[in-house]
Design a protein around this ligand. Sequence first.
Ligand SMILES: [Zn+2]
Length: 374
Amino acid sequence: MAVAPAAGKWQDRGMLSLITLLLLPRPVIDVHVHTTPERTALVADVLAANGVTRFVNLSGGTVGDGLEESLDAARDLDGRVAVCANIAWRRVAEPDFGAGQAAMLARARALGARCLKISKALGLGVPDPSAPGKLLAVDDPRLDPIWAAAGRLGMPVFIHTGDPKAFFEPLGPGNERMAELGVHPDWSFADPVFPRREALLAARDRVLARHPQTTFIGVHFANNPEDLDYVAATLAAHPNLYVDVAARLPEIGRHDPAKVRAVFGRFADRILFGTDLGITRGIMLGSVGKNRPGLADVFLFYADHFRWFETSRRRLPLPTPIQGSWTIDGVALPADVLDRVYHRNALKLLFGADAPGPADADALDTAPPWSDYF
Ligand SMILES: [Zn+2]
């Protein structure tokens, strides 16, 4: 059962959040969700109750290892769920790994997968089979057949490269993400055994340049939300790059709201709403601390996102738990930008213009009342 949030949290934020939801003027697609076949229908209903009419499950699995079940679970849901395939990295030492995974991707597409998701394991965990003790580089040419196949098949590639800047800095009281790294010490890449963050991002950018026919979605604001100028320059340099904002409002929202608004305005066709919500056996709201959140917290999580996008309120709480001790300032995006970021870009890119299913406005009307979930 859902765990009720602390009473104080409700008093401070509950009513405002409810009002925000009721006034929500437009449907929203969350392009960055992780769930299991067992939980897919539940996630679709919970999200609909929060005004989120469609979502992308980035954790679909590979052909023969979970993908069929993920697609089956999505099939009953009127086109509300797009499923990404993943790569079978455990096969990396097999000969012709790239060609084999490219063929797997073609089968995944034929089965109904819409996209490919690459986790941060590429660059930070997958071993290089020909160099013992070394990691496979993000731009290793042996992976080129995979990127090329994704382009040919019309499957956008969600790519996670590196991690927050603080995860590469020494652990200790001076690290601004210590609350999170204290709970998850294995998320630290401070050890020089790992490539440096700049090198990982540069390798990712070389892949973008080498495969202009393939659409990439740089998750977590191209994994460099700390540097708005870099994100803008990278989007400008690579017309095949999109970005999502998943679990990075704490960083994006730290910048001057006028500057953020300008970047969103300039690249309104290539920025996607996403959260990194995970509903598997437990719930993850972009990150997770020692206290497991309940379904009621999912409601606050989305409301906090919407308030950042739609209002110019100052000192908003971070939507994601334990990602820092600061606050963020709302950016009040104009309606035409919001429409594209919230929903139109994702509909075109990941659900197809002719996506089946109810009109998104109808889906909002038919969603069960949010109070059913508490
Ligand atoms: Zn994620």
